[in-house]
Ligand binder design. Structure first.
Ligand SMILES: NC(=O)C1=CN([C@@H]2O[C@H](COP(=O)(O)OP(=O)(O)OC[C@H]3O[C@@H](n4cnc5c(N)ncnc54)[C@H](OP(=O)(O)O)[C@@H]3O)[C@@H](O)[C@H]2O)C=CC1
Ligand SMILES: Nc1c(N[C@@H]2O[C@H](COP(=O)(O)O)[C@@H](O)[C@H]2O)[nH]c(=O)[nH]c1=O
Length: 632
């Protein structure tokens, strides 16, 4: 492939970078107590004993400073959770502004990347009360691309003190905002570093919980995985016939829809598709719709199934390399993406979805695949709905198949178990692995550089970028940088990101009100992910609405949008120029046009356009955009 020569170096560097990330997370073997995700409780009993969220903190001089700090941080964590389920999962940020007396003056949470940061919303809400106030943040802001909007908002509002629940878990972002705030003269107290007490420790746990998916993903290099099942009181997930609709109550199943809405994807095994013909959609009234993933070795799956209807949401089938090629074609004709693996096991599949940027997954499979997933160490948390029913049956399936254990002492003990009554059922949840604790004992990337200038961890001949949280994530067209592009009449219109502009251009100029509505919907989408979802889903459902010359103009469209982005933001321009001499590759394992693919088989047009722009900015233009378009 065109950059094969770099393959070995690239892999080594990727490993180095991941090793950096991995070792930046220090495991706390004390197994921290944690509460369940803060969905509306009916009755909850938690062994961790976390306090209830405090949403009405007022002036209370009886509370000590630590108690007040802890309460406000818990509230920030509670706010942060507000965005889960509304848009594709992302780090959750909440902010509370409290006056000197401890009274709450303003609150905010980040809805999605690209929308207003929690800190900006909170100081806006607090107005003049922000002056000399304290800001409480569940997590250090990830001002990753030199924008520092959260930091600027706090400084400009006149905040005197900032209390931070957790340093940013990603190594290349950790410490940056804290340093920036301190350098502006603000007092910054980090829980567990500058403040310590039992109450503070509990508040810190609520911050760990609300971003558990991000933290676990960074530490384990697989998406945060929750195994959910519904079983009878005698431990069966179906009758001996395989019939399972329904074990749990309607209230519990509604709760499952919410769990699905918090996940990037829901995953099942081939047998569940054959037996249940599930839909796996989140039907709780709006909110985020997860993708569906099927793991099947044989690909002996039905020709027709609810999961093959992708009008609302896509399905990916992961299978063994070479399995039933004609059936693969059948699936492809229905718009299903088939991904082949040399060895189809849960770890390989999870590593693949990690590289694809997935943050969290909900496993709704039967016991066969659940056992394989638990054995391979990819499951982080379990949600078991227990219904007060007995079905019996020697051969009726149970939630977890063979784990090879022979003595009770070998059983996995769940950590921080919560018991909650949901309708007539009992929901028991707990962690299979502790959430790794993030402690700042290892210097962040720029601190490392300060200590030893010869260490430049990201210097490489190939720079991979993909998700905006990556070190060079600002190269992604999903990075939340607004651009201004000319419309038909030459007037400049703002677009929230390159992705917004690119998706909308698919339907621009098409003489159909549905296409025009679609352009408007994409334009007003609250995040680049939302813009991409609208554009891609319309393209899939109504290919007739895509402008006829789209395939021949799309590179040009992307080029113009990128040129604007890297011209108007000096820090992005500097980042691009600083990559001179390096090959830029969009590390998308599935987009073989804009990305580099899993093994370098992708065309990497995004990387190529960026390198083209870089040459132009440097005044050396070996190829032109026309050459790139012609090569297409
Ligand atoms: N009550 C509940 O919560 C639930 C109940 N169920 C019930 O469970 C029953 C199905 O259980 P079960 O057969 O365990 O279903 P699974 O969902 O666990 O599917 C098993 C299948 O997963 C596929 N698979 C792919 N990779 C692997 C791997 N590495 N290891 C193991 N399997 C792999 C295989 O598909 P292939 O054969 O295609 O190669 C295998 O046959 C049904 O009766 C269903 O109704 C299912 C889900 C939840
Ligand atoms: N039987 C059972 C569950 N089964 C799970 O739900 C899937 C069906 O989802 P859907 O088609 O979207 O309604 C099914 O394939 C299996 O994964 N879930 C539960 O909460 N309670 C239940 O009693």
């Amino acid at each position: 492939m065109w950059y094969d020569a770099f393959g070995f170096i690239a892999r080594s560097l990727m490993q180095m970078i991941f090793a950096h990330l991995f070792f930046s997370i220090v495991y706390d073997l004390s197994m921290l107590p944690m509460a369940a995700l803060s969905l509306p409780p009916v009755r909850v009993y938690c062994s961790g004993g976390a306090a209830t969220p405090n949403s009405s903190i007022s002036n209370n001089n009886l509370l000590g400073n630590h108690a007040l700090d802890a309460a406000h941080i818990r509230r920030a964590a509670e706010l942060a959770d507000g965005s889960a389920g509304f848009t594709s999962p992302h780090p959750n940020f909440g902010c509370v502004i409290a006056s000197k007396s401890g009274k709450v003056a303003g609150e905010g949470f980040l809805y999605a990347q690209g929308t207003k940061p929690a800190e900006v919303l909170a100081v806006d809400a607090a107005g003049d009360f922000s002056r000399r106030a304290t800001a409480y943040l569940n997590m250090e802001p990830g001002d990753c691309h030199g924008d520092h909007s959260a930091v600027s908002a706090l400084v400009q509002a006149g905040i005197e003190r900032v209390v931070i629940g957790l340093r940013h878990p990603l190594q290349h972002l950790r410490g940056n905002a804290i340093r920036a705030l301190r350098s502006q003269g603000l007092q910054v107290d980090v829980l567990g570093e500058d403040l310590n007490s039992k109450l503070i420790e509990e508040a810190r746990k609520s911050c760990l919980l609300v971003n558990a998916p991000l933290i676990c993903r960074a530490a384990s290099r697989v998406p945060f995985s929750v195994l959910k099942y519904a079983m009878t009181l005698d431990g069966k997930i179906a009758a001996s016939s395989g019939h399972a609709a329904w074990i749990s109550s309607k209230t519990s199943r509604n709760r499952v829809f919410e769990l699905r809405g918090r996940s990037d994807a829901v995953i099942v095994g081939g047998n569940t598709v054959r037996k249940d013909n599930p839909r796996l959609t989140a039907r709780h009234g709006g909110g985020h719709m997860p993708m569906r993933i099927v793991m099947s070795q044989t690909l002996d799956l039905p020709e027709e199934a609810h999961l093959w209807d992708t009008s609302d949401v896509s399905t990916i089938v992961a299978t063994q390399r070479g399995a039933r090629r004609h059936f693969q074609k059948h699936l492809a004709s229905k718009g299903i993406e088939v991904v082949e693996f040399d060895i189809l096991n849960p770890r390989e599949v999870m590593e693949y979805f990690h590289d694809r940027g997935y943050l969290s997954l909900l496993w709704e499979c039967g016991g066969t695949l659940a056992a394989a997933a638990i054995s391979s160490g990819v499951i982080h948390k379990v949600f078991a709905f227990v219904a007060p029913k007995i079905i019996g049956g020697k051969n009726a399936p149970s939630p977890v198949g063979e784990l090879g254990m022979v003595e009770m002492t070998q059983a996995f003990d769940l950590i921080d178990v919560c018991y909650e009554q949901v309708g007539p059922d009992m929901l028991i949840s707990g962690f299979l692995q502790p959430i790794p604790d993030v402690t700042p004992v290892i210097p962040s990337v720029d601190e490392t550089f300060e200590i030893d200038p010869t260490v430049t961890p990201y210097e490489s001949r190939i720079i991979f970028f993909y998700k905006t949280w990556d070190p060079y994530g600002a190269f992604s067209n999903f990075s939340p940088h607004q651009i201004k592009m000319p419309d038909d009449s030459g007037d400049y219109e703002p677009w929230l990101s390159v992705e917004h502009y690119y998706q909308a251009q698919k339907f621009v100029g098409v003489d159909d009100p549905v296409a025009q509505d679609c352009v408007e919907n994409i334009k007003s989408a609250r995040s680049p992910e939302e813009a991409a979802r609208i554009g891609r889903s319309m393209q899939r459902k109504r290919p007739d609405l895509v402008r006829c010359e789209w395939e021949s103009v799309k590179i040009e469209v992307m080029y113009r949008a990128l040129k604007c982005k890297f011209s108007i933001y000096p820090h992005l321009n500097a980042m691009l120029l600083s990559s001179a001499g390096c090959v830029l590759v969009e590390a998308s394992p599935h987009d073989l046009f804009w990305g580099g693919g899993r093994d370098g088989e992708g065309l990497n047009y995004l990387g190529r356009l960026l390198m083209q722009l870089r040459s132009e900015f440097l005044g050396e233009s070996p190829t032109s955009i026309d050459d790139i378009v012609l090569q297409n």
